[in-house]
Design a protein around this ligand. Structure first.
Ligand code: HEC
Length: 113
């Protein structure tokens, strides 16, 4: 039993290392903002300033950032795993990290975790 639980612990450590590995590119929120203004702005309000005529049922980026317990990992997961009506958007890992960092930068009180 003891042996089994350490195997599980090692497995968990590897899994989180893999998740952390997906985050390795250095996040560049400025590049993320440019990407958001090009790609995501079609549907989302992408800044705390913009007043755009987008669908009311699409969460704005500041609203996404402000969710309690929001994290880079959770946002990236939402982007990577397609969830209708949001289409699957082909982004590189670097673009995902950048845009995620940008969204987290909108979290009130400044920088996220
Ligand atoms: C064609 C319209 C469309 C585009 C383009 C789009 N989105 Fe979305 N997105 C949506 C909709 C609609 C939802 C809400 C879906 C839901 O509630 O599950 C959503 C939800 C999300 C969520 C999850 C919000 C939550 O509640 O946690 C994230 C994160 C997100 N979008 C990020 C992005 C990013 C980043 C881009 C640009 C790379 C983008 N979206 C482009 C329509 C779009």
């Amino acid at each position: 039993m003891q042996r089994f639980s350490s195997a599980v612990l090692i497995w968990m450590a590897c899994t989180s290392a893999a998740i952390a590995g997906a985050m390795t590119p250095r996040p560049d929120p400025e590049k993320g903002r440019q990407l958001a203004e090009r790609v995501c702005v079609e549907c989302h309000i992408v800044s705390s300033r913009a007043e755009s005529p987008v669908a009311a049922d699409v969460p704005s980026f500041p609203a996404i950032a402000a969710k309690p317990d929001q994290s880079m990992e959770a946002i990236a997961g939402r982007i990577v795993i397609p969830h209708p009506p949001m289409p699957a958007i082909a982004l590189t890992r670097e673009e995902i990290v950048n845009v995620t960092a940008y969204i987290m930068s909108l979290r009130s009180g400044g920088a996220g975790p």
